[in-house]
Write a protein that binds this ligand. Structure first.
Ligand SMILES: O=c1ccn([C@@H]2O[C@H](COP(=O)(O)OP(=O)(O)O[C@H]3O[C@H](CO)[C@@H](O)[C@H](O)[C@H]3O)[C@@H](O)[C@H]2O)c(=O)[nH]1
Length: 484
């Protein structure tokens, strides 16, 4: 009986079409497939085209996985970068949501598609797309929200309305960013204004930041979803998870998923991995290399690039630096040449994209200069690599505070981009025995969480049972949309 129910459980997963979200959803899907469930992975048309053969090969390798897509409403030549997030969110809320509604209406019925997949019994949608769970529930399909960020950042977003009530937000004009913040549960002893999402800094009595507003509204609406799922673990985020559990219908802490259900990185990589960087790392001494990557959305100015470069060169270690093609705008080509020339023959490897997990676990990597996107943060934690944090936006400001002041597996360089500081912080991260010891201990702790009877592994099993139970509950009747 249990087996039959398992075979009929079919989850449609629907991430935001951004790299950090795609990776996280793919690892989750891999876990579901291993548990015996069917998975429909919903991309945008643009991304599915961009992934091309890699996605087709991943689906061909598993008969219970398929990739479908909906339009994102943006013109084909739109760069879909960090400057276009509001347009992308609007396209998802309007164009994508209409196509998703039609698709889900057909997939929830037996025989809705010709490929033999059972009807969709549950939706797991990105936690910043509340429309996705509203539509699913309207169609009688239960929906879970999956936030691909840290529990501490979700709690901070959830607290924003209270921060406004308390008068903590907006910040006073010209106020001290190091002042403590009251009103985010349990974090009052270490959270400062500068550790809230950077968008909080631009708020005024009359100006509301659209991105902050969208994320806060989605977080508040998560209370309506059947459950909130997070790619984190109890031992890293126990207190934040306990507070969230009081606010949500149920909370599952099932991560770090990339270490529990590794999926082929190429299946969701929007850029092509550089093949030469691993061979370059092979030629470097143990723990001698600084690895720099600021994720898939950060952009930097040429001035910031120059400060990083001089700081790195002065620190004196060889470095592997990911400079995405869209990271520096027009000065990208010149920057590449400058970096290689400044470092000296063979002392640097500068590439557009790397297989990050392989890089972080390479014996030559001594520290990770990161923007603290949540995936990069937990990937660094799992490999026990000391971090230097330079957060860019959204959840990254609070993640980096946790690295520097709570977990202490790295150093927070937030808001400073000066060569002397880069040099000093990189040196400290490479040379501090204490940071290295703490990073190692944290990695071991997380390893216990993801082992068979560890907290995250048990939470994943509980989540799968929850999804299976939802799939045995008869779907509600589809609402009658015929004209009155
Ligand atoms: O050369 C590279 C660089 C990165 N990565 C991978 O790309 C992902 C990047 O994700 P993340 O570190 O989370 O950064 P962003 O791409 O910036 O992610 C967005 O999504 C995250 C999850 O929601 C948020 O935490 C971030 O703030 C948000 O910017 C990670 O899995 C990396 O391993 C590679 O494979 N190769």
């Amino acid at each position: 009986m249990a087996e039959a129910a398992a075979d009929m459980a079919h989850v449609l997963v629907f991430p935001i079409p951004a790299q950090g979200h795609l990776n996280s959803f793919l690892h989750f899907s891999t876990g579901l497939l291993r548990a015996g469930l069917h998975v429909t992975f919903l991309h945008t048309d643009h991304n599915l085209r961009r992934l091309g053969a890699a996605a087709r090969e991943a689906a061909a390798a598993s008969p219970r996985l398929r990739f479908l897509s909906v339009p994102d409403g943006l013109p084909d030549d739109d760069p879909r970068g960090v400057g276009n997030i509001p347009q992308l969110m609007e396209g998802l809320r309007t164009t994508a949501s209409a196509a998703y509604r039609d698709l889900l209406a057909s997939l929830r019925r037996a025989g809705g598609t010709a490929d033999g997949f059972p009807p969709v019994t549950c939706v797991v949608a990105d936690g910043i797309m509340p429309f996705a769970w509203d539509i699913a529930e309207e169609l009688g399909v239960p929906a879970i929200a999956y936030r691909t960020v840290s529990a501490c950042s979700v709690l901070a977003y959830l607290s924003v309305p209270r921060l406004v009530e308390l008068g903590e937000l907006p910040f006073p004009e010209g106020g001290d960013l190091d002042a403590p913040i009251r009103g985010v549960p349990w974090m009052e002893s270490f959270l400062r204004r500068r550790d809230l999402p950077v968008q909080c800094r631009t708020l005024t009595d009359t100006y509301q930041d659209p991105l902050l507003e969208t994320v806060v509204a989605a977080t508040v609406q998560t209370r309506k979803a059947r459950a909130l799922m997070l790619n984190t673990t109890a031992s890293l985020e126990r207190a934040s998870l306990a507070h969230l559990a009081r606010e949500m219908r149920d909370v599952f802490a099932v991560g770090p998923l990339h270490a529990m259900s590794p999926a082929p990185a190429v299946a969701t990589s929007l850029w092509r991995h550089d093949d030469g960087c691993m061979a370059w790392l092979d030629g470097q001494a143990e723990r001698s290399v600084v690895y720099i990557s600021l994720g898939s959305l950060t952009v930097i100015s040429h001035g910031q690039f120059t400060e990083f470069l001089h700081g790195l060169v002065a620190a004196g270690y060889p470095f592997l630096w990911v400079l995405r093609p869209d990271m520096l705008g027009a000065s990208q080509g010149a920057a590449l040449q400058e970096a290689v020339a400044a470092a000296g023959e063979g002392r640097s490897c500068v590439v557009p994209w790397v297989p990050q997990r392989d890089v972080l676990r390479h014996r030559a990597v001594g520290c990770f200069l990161t923007h603290c996107g949540w995936n990069s943060t937990i990937e660094g934690v799992v490999e026990g690599v000391p971090m230097v944090c330079w957060p860019f936006f959204v959840d990254q400001q609070i993640n980096s505070r946790f690295v520097g002041a709570v977990w202490r597996n790295g150093l927070d360089m937030k808001d400073v981009c000066e060569r002397a500081v880069v040099e000093g912080t990189v040196r400290a991260a490479m040379e501090s025995a204490e940071v290295r010891r703490t990073a190692r201990a944290l990695a071991e702790q997380v390893e216990r969480d993801i082992a068979d009877d560890g907290s995250s592994a048990l939470e994943f099993k509980r989540l799968v049972s929850f999804i299976r139970e939802l799939s045995t509950t008869p779907a509600a009747a589809e609402p009658d949309r015929s004209p009155e």
